[in-house]
Structure formats: structure tokens, C-alpha cells
Design a binder for this molecule. Structure first.
Ligand code: GRG
Length: 261
């Protein structure tokens, strides 16, 4: 578990939660463990996705994947335990947060990663592999919004909910996170075909090799970049609606859309 979590990674999901909470004026210190739970969930999804039965990959975050180092059984169990530990962290005491807010936060994360969220997206992705790309854009958006987008959306919402955001702030975070979640995966699709394994820290060119539905494959690179730019504008506009002492949300959106790894 420590090898998988502490071996690198951009920490985008907890950073998003911190930025959202900060923008809502929260006292961050009591919430850090809750936000760190997002990284445990994300890492569990990476460890399980890399397993032989799924993506069967041996490179992640610039190192050998967890199951390659510790064996397949330990890879499965480490992922299981990371997910379970995450909910224990989410449910741990959060000074200053009313219980109904904390429950809402836990449910928000749960439904983002259940069979109608991240896992549902992964199932749709597996079923779509090798499918004809014609007319596939709706299927592709469904996969991206669920497999990747919903945990990113839930990260922004977790910060807002635990951070005491108003209804208006949470609605803006919802629009921000929805746009950014899809944008994140469009960038991931583009990077998979444009960058090297060394830069990405994971195996490049895999989507194409596996016949996956991706933005460049379905709509082409130019259209993918256009949609990405529109999503970034939506994210930036909504970040601007969340007043706060500090608001890093727009900068994070730009970083996600312009990243090279
Ligand atoms: C639970 C098996 C299982 C799968 C769920 C999320 C997911 C589906 C699988 C994870 C692998 C994957 C290719 C996801 C799509 C894009 C993605 C989330 C890439 C990695 O995220 P980054 O770039 O990674 O934030 P770092 O290493 O920086 O944390």
C-alpha cells in the first residue's frame, strides 16, 4: 500500500479538494486526512487497473507496478485495503463539520466510484474496446465522465461540502468539476498518443494498441483540442464564481489542461 501511494503521482484529486475548501473559506487543517482519502481511492484504482486481468501493465508512476513487485495476490489485496482505508479516513472526526455535511460528503464520494460511476465507466470501457469508432462519441463521453470524471468532480465537491460551501458555491463546483473531469481524460487520451513512456511514467500508446475508444480516435486531434478549450473555459468561468480569500481552482484547471504527463 505504501509503495503504491507514496511512489509519486501528481496528487491532483486531494489538491482539488484543498483548493475548493480554501475557496469556500474553510479551516483546512482538520480536513487533510479526508482529502488524502481521495489519493487512496485513486491509487487503488490504478493498482487494480494495472493487474493482469485488466490492463496488465508493468509501469506506473515511473516504477514497476505494485503487482509486479509484490505479486498479483498482494496487488489485489493492497487495492482492496486502500479503498477500505479511504472510507475510514473519510468517516474520521472532522472538527467543525456538522454530521449531516460529513455524511453528504461520504455519499458523494461513494456514488462517484460505484457501479454507476467509476466502476461503471471501467466496465463500459472494457466492453467498448475494439468497437467501431463511428458514432461512438456518446459512448466515449459516458466512459470518460464515469471512469475518470466522477472522482475528479467528487474531489472538488468534497472540498466544498466539508469546507462549508454555500448551495451556490457547490453548484459552481459541480459545473467546474464536471467540465474538468472530462477535460482531464481528453488530455490523457492526447498524451497517450503524443508523449513517451518515460515522460508519462506509464506505458504510452496503449490506447491505440488495445483498440480503445479515445478522443483523438473518435473525433480527431483538432476536435479534441477544441472541446478541451471549451471545457477549460467552463471550468475557469465557474472557478471565478466561487468567491474566496484564495482561489487556485482556475490555475489548477489550466494546469490539468496543459500538463504533459
Ligand atoms: C477500479 C480497476 C478499477 C478501475 C477504475 C480509474 C480507473 C477505472 C482506472 C485507473 C487507470 C486509468 C487509466 C484511468 C484513466 C486516467 C487516469 C485516472 C490517469 C491517471 O491519473 P493521474 O494522471 O495519475 O492523476 P497520477 O499518477 O499523477 O496520480
Amino acid at each position: 500500500m505504501r509503495y503504491a501511494v507514496l511512489g509519486g503521482g501528481k496528487r491532483i484529486r486531494p489538491i482539488l479538494a484543498i483548493a475548493a475548501a480554501e475557496a469556500c473559506g474553510a479551516n483546512l487543517a482538520p480536513l487533510m486526512q479526508h482529502f488524502a482519502a481521495l489519493e487512496l481511492i485513486h491509487t487503488y484504482s490504478l493498482v487494480h487497473d494495472d493487474l493482469p486481468a485488466l490492463d496488465n501493465d508493468d509501469l506506473r508512476r515511473g516504477r514497476q507496478t505494485t503487482h509486479v513487485v509484490f505479486g498479483e495476490a498482494m496487488g489485489i489485496l493492497a487495492g482492496d485495503a486502500l479503498l477500505t482505508e479511504a472510507f475510514s479516513w473519510l468517516a474520521s472526526p472532522a472538527d467543525g463539520v456538522p454530521p449531516d455535511r460529513q455524511l453528504r460528503a461520504i455519499v458523494t464520494v461513494s456514488i462517484a466510484i460505484d457501479s454507476k460511476g467509476m466502476i461503471g465507466g471501467q466496465v463500459a470501457d472494457l466492453e467498448a474496446t475494439g468497437a467501431d469508432a463511428a458514432g461512438a462519441i456518446e459512448k466515449l463521453r459516458f466512459i470518460h465522465r464515469n471512469k475518470t470524471g466522477k472522482l475528479i468532480l467528487a474531489s472538488a465537491l468534497l472540498g466544498g461540502i466539508l469546507g462549508g460551501g454555500s448551495d451556490e458555491q457547490l453548484q459552481a463546483l459541480d459545473r467546474y468539476g464536471t467540465a474538468l473531469g472530462l477535460a482531464f481524460q481528453i488530455v490523457d487520451d492526447l498524451l497517450d498518443q503524443e508523449e513517451s513512456s518515460a515522460t508519462l511514467g506509464k506505458t504510452a500508446g496503449k490506447d491505440l494498441a488495445q483498440g480503445k475508444l479515445t478522443y483523438p480516435a473518435v473525433v480527431g486531434v483538432e476536435e479534441a483540442r477544441k472541446e478541451l478549450a471549451a471545457l477549460l473555459r467552463t471550468a475557469e468561468d465557474n472557478a471565478g464564481m466561487i468567491a474566496g480569500r484564495l482561489n487556485y481552482l482556475a490555475q489548477i484547471a489550466r494546469f490539468i489542461c496543459e500538463r504533459r504527463s
